[in-house]
Write a new protein. Structure first.
Length: 584
C-alpha cells in the first residue's frame, strides 16, 4: 500500500499518486484517459439529458475528497500499485462499452423512429378507415332516417287524405240524409198546413153560410114582428078575446125568437173571433213556411259550397298524390341507379376476386389432380394386387363354405341313415325274436299234439287252422302263447319232461291246456298257408321321423348273417365316405 503521512498524521489521497504515476509513465496514456473520461461524461449527459444539472449528475473526483484527520479511517481510498494495470484495462473496456452504448443508442433511436413512423402510419390508416366507416354509417343512418321520415310523412298524408275523404263522404251522406228528412218534414208540415188551411176555410165558409142564414132568419123575424105589430094595432082597435090569446102566444114566440136571435148573434160574434184567430194562425204558419224556405235555400247553398270545397280538396289531394308519386318515382330511380352502380361495382370486384380465386383454385385443383392421379395409380396397383388376393380368398372362402355345407348335409344324411337303420335293426331283431319264439312254440305244440291220444286236426280252408282242445277248459284265465314283440325277446318256456304235462299258461300245478295259435300247422298240405306267415308288423312304424322313409318290403328268406354282413359293409362305406369328406 502506498501511503504518506505528514507530521500531523494526514495521508495523501491515492488518486494523486495514480495521476502522478500516469504522468510520469506516459503523457499520451493520460491524454487518452482524459479524452475517454470526457467522452463518457458527454455520452452520459446525452443519455440522461441536458447539462443544466451537470453538477448534480456527477460525483466529485477522488482528489476532491482529500481529507486530513487523526485516524486512518479518514482517508477516502487506498490504491495498490498493481491496480493501475487493471484500471487501464478497465478504461479500455469502458471505451468499448461506450462505443457499444453509442451504437446501441443509435440503433435504438433508429428503431424507435421507424416504429414511431410505422405506428403513426398505422394509426393514420386506422383513423382514416374509421373516419370512412363512420361517415358511411352516418350517411346510411341519415338515409334511413330520411326514408323513414318520408315514409311517415307519406303515411300521415295518406291518412289525412283518407280522413278528409271519409269526413267528406260522411258529411255528404249525413247532409243528404238531413236534407231528405227536412224535405220530408217540410212536406209533411206543408201537407198538414194545407189540410188545416182548407179546414179553416171550410169552417169560415160554413160560418159565413150560418151568418147569412141567421141574417135571413133575422130579417124574416123582423118582418114577422112588423106583421105582428100591425096585427096588434089592428087587434087593439078591434079587440076580441080569441085574438088576444093568439096575440099573447105570438108575443111569447117573438120573445123566444129574440132570445134565439141574440144567441145566434153571440155565436156569429164568436165565429168572427175564431175566424180572426184562424187568420192569425194562417199568417203565423205562412211566416214559418217562409222561414223554412229560407233555411232550405241556405242549406242548399251550404251543400253547394261543401261540394265545391270537397272537389277543391280532392283536386288538391290528387295534385299532392301526383307530386308524391313523381317524387317517389324519382327517388326510386335514383336508388335503383345507385343500386345498379353498386351492384356493377360489386360484381366487378367479385368477378375479379372470383377470377383470381378461380385461378388459384384451378392451380390448386391441378396440383391436387396430379397428386390424386399419382395416388390413384398407386391405389390401382394396390387394388389389383388386393383384388387378385381377394378373388383367391373369395374362392377359398366359397369353396370352404360349400365344403362345410356338404359336410353338414352328409352329417345330417348319415344321422338320418343311422336312425333309419337302427329302427330297421330293432324291427328285424323283434321279428327274429318273434320268429324264434313262434318256431319254438310250433315245435313244442307239434310234439305235444303227437303225444296226445285223442287229437283232432281240421284242415278246412275257410276256417283258421289250429289244434282243437280235447278237454273242457276250466280255467277262465287265457294268456297268449306268442310273446309281445315290443317287449323284447322272451325266455323260452321250459321243456316238458316225460310223464309231466306242459305248463302252457305259465301257471304251475294246473291242468294242461291246449292254446290256440293263429299260424297254420306245418306239414303236408299246408304250403298255401306258409306264404306270409313270417310277416310281422312293427308297432312303432307310425312313430317314424318325417325325414325317415317308410320300411321296405319284408326281406326274402335269407340268413341273418348275410343281412348283417351287408349292413356292416354299407356302414363301412359310409364311414369311409364321411372320413374322406371331412379330410377334404
Amino acid at each position: 500500500m502506498l501511503s504518506r503521512k505528514d507530521k500531523t498524521g494526514n495521508t495523501a489521497t491515492p488518486i494523486l499518486l495514480i495521476a502522478t504515476m500516469a504522468l510520469v509513465s506516459s503523457s499520451s496514456q493520460y491524454d487518452r484517459f482524459s479524452i475517454a473520461a470526457n467522452e463518457l461524461q458527454d455520452h452520459i449527459v446525452d443519455i440522461y439529458g441536458n447539462k443544466e444539472n451537470e453538477l448534480e449528475l456527477f460525483r466529485p473526483s477522488l482528489a476532491d475528497h482529500h481529507k486530513v484527520g487523526f485516524f486512518t479511517l479518514d482517508r477516502c481510498s487506498q490504491t495498490d500499485v498493481t491496480e493501475v494495470v487493471e484500471l487501464k484495462d478497465m478504461t479500455e473496456v469502458l471505451q468499448l462499452l461506450l462505443k457499444d452504448v453509442h451504437k446501441m443508442k443509435r440503433d435504438i433511436n433508429l428503431t424507435k423512429s421507424v416504429m414511431q413512423a410505422d405506428y403513426e402510419a398505422k394509426v393514420q390508416e386506422k383513423a382514416t378507415e374509421l373516419y370512412c366507416r363512420i361517415n358511411e354509417k352516418v350517411a346510411e343512418l341519415e338515409r334511413i332516417h330520411e326514408d323513414r321520415v318520408s315514409t311517415v310523412r307519406k303515411a300521415f298524408r295518406q291518412q289525412l287524405a283518407d280522413a278528409v275523404a271519409r269526413l267528406a263522404v260522411l258529411y255528404n251522406k249525413n247532409l243528404e240524409n238531413k236534407m231528405q228528412k227536412e224535405k220530408q218534414k217540410q212536406a209533411g208540415d206543408q201537407y198538414l198546413l194545407d189540410e188545416k188551411y182548407r179546414e179553416l176555410q171550410q169552417t169560415i165558409q160554413q160560418n159565413q153560410n150560418v151568418i147569412a142564414m141567421l141574417k135571413m132568419q133575422l130579417s124574416a123575424y123582423q118582418q114577422s114582428k112588423m106583421d105582428l105589430e100591425s096585427i096588434e094595432s089592428v087587434s087593439m082597435r078591434t079587440p076580441s078575446p080569441q085574438f088576444n090569446q093568439e096575440l099573447e102566444d105570438l108575443r111569447v114566440e117573438v120573445e123566444d125568437l129574440n132570445v134565439k136571435v141574440n144567441n145566434l148573434q153571440d155565436q156569429v160574434d164568436n165565429k168572427d173571433d175564431e175566424n180572426k184567430k184562424l187568420d192569425q194562425q194562417i199568417e203565423v204558419l205562412n211566416q214559418e213556411l217562409d222561414q223554412e224556405k229560407m233555411k232550405f235555400d241556405k242549406i242548399n247553398k251550404d251543400l253547394e259550397n261543401t261540394k265545391k270545397a270537397a272537389e277543391n280538396e280532392k283536386a288538391s289531394s290528387e295534385k299532392l298524390m301526383d307530386k308524391q308519386r313523381a317524387e317517389m318515382e324519382r327517388m326510386f330511380q335514383q336508388k335503383l341507379q345507385k343500386a345498379q352502380e353498386e351492384a356493377e361495382a360489386n360484381a366487378q370486384r367479385e368477378s375479379i376476386a372470383q377470377q383470381s380465386a378461380e385461378k388459384d383454385k384451378v392451380k390448386l385443383l391441378q396440383d391436387q389432380k396430379k397428386l390424386l392421379e399419382e395416388q390413384l395409380a398407386k391405389e390401382r396397383k394396390k387394388n389389383q394386387e388386393k383384388a387378385e388376393m381377394d378373388t383367391d380368398i373369395d374362392k377359398y372362402v366359397k369353396n370352404e363354405k360349400r365344403l362345410k355345407e356338404e359336410i353338414e348335409r352328409l352329417k345330417r344324411e348319415t344321422e338320418r341313415v343311422h336312425r333309419t337303420w337302427e329302427k330297421k335293426f330293432a324291427i328285424l331283431q323283434q321279428s327274429l325274436h318273434a320268429l324264434k319264439d313262434e318256431s319254438y312254440i310250433r315245435q313244442t305244440l307239434q310234439r305235444q299234439a303227437a303225444a296226445l291220444h285223442h287229437a283232432a286236426v281240421s284242415y278246412a280252408v275257410d276256417t283258421p287252422m289250429g289244434i282243437l282242445p280235447t278237454s273242457k277248459i276250466n280255467s277262465p284265465i287265457k294268456k297268449p302263447v306268442i310273446p309281445d314283440i315290443g317287449r323284447g325277446r322272451q325266455q323260452p318256456p321250459p321243456q316238458p319232461s316225460q310223464g309231466q304235462p306242459l305248463n302252457v299258461g305259465g301257471v304251475l300245478g294246473e291242468k294242461d291246456y291246449i292254446s290256440y295259435t293263429v299260424s297254420a300247422p306245418s306239414g303236408r298240405g299246408t304250403a298255401m298257408f306258409s306264404v306270409d306267415e313270417n310277416q310281422v308288423m312293427s308297432e312303432g312304424e307310425d312313430d317314424l321321423p318325417v325325414d325317415v322313409q317308410p320300411l321296405p318290403d319284408p326281406p326274402s328268406r335269407k340268413s341273418y348273417q348275410y343281412h348283417e354282413k351287408i349292413l356292416a359293409r354299407q356302414l363301412k362305406e359310409l364311414d369311409i365316405y364321411y372320413y374322406v369328406q371331412c379330410q377334404v
